[in-house]
Design a protein around this ligand. Sequence first.
Ligand SMILES: [Zn+2]
Length: 253
Amino acid sequence: MGVEFEQRNVSAAGFRLARRVCPAILLAVAFSWSALSRPVFAELGAGNRPASPTAKTTARDAFPPELTVRVYNYAHIDSGLLSRSEDVATAIFEDVGVRVTWLDCPLSPELLGAYPACQSHAGAADLALRILPRNMAGKLAMPDEPLGFAYPCPEDEPACVLNIFYYRVDELAADGYRADRLLAYAIAHEVAHALIGPGHSEEGIMRGQWSSRDLERICWGLPPHFTGNQPAALRSAVLRRMKLVQRFAEGGG
Ligand SMILES: [Zn+2]
């Protein structure tokens, strides 16, 4: 069912260390080293996206596996932060040969008219990402307050839902970690669960529990990666979904 994405092994010492090393003034130094259901509509509040959708696509190949993620920002996080997170997540998937297009979609059906891309039919290669505030996450929260979870996603099911509990990201950000990068990696983790299943790995993005060291590396721009057969599995999963979409478009059911 849901998959945990826990921080239980992040020690207090780890947090103190992060507070010392993570501030932006040190980031330049770090960079120099390496250079449930369908989305539920809710009232649109302040801080939401502008009245036109954004769709960012990065392609390395002419016809790479392509995934579309429809983003529902129920937590009303800053549009700049969300955009940066999408860029980081785009790069994470680009590294494994999967192109991601992000559609920032409205939270109210009355506003769909201003988001024409979000009105398009969702197919098997579309996912729905819900970024949830505490009050919404509380209704779904898994034990140990995970950062998020993804339901199992059958390959022929359109717009499978991923959930990110943004207040947990925010709590880590208050301890000195970069919210934009943490959000990006949390999204990547849950997207991967949707595509290749609930399993975790000993290292990398798909660790079941990120250590303080993992969090620091993410913060510094020295990210963990998908490991082992995960890159190939991700590409294959997206390609199978794209073929289903194509078959459907050709009337093959
Ligand atoms: Zn997980």
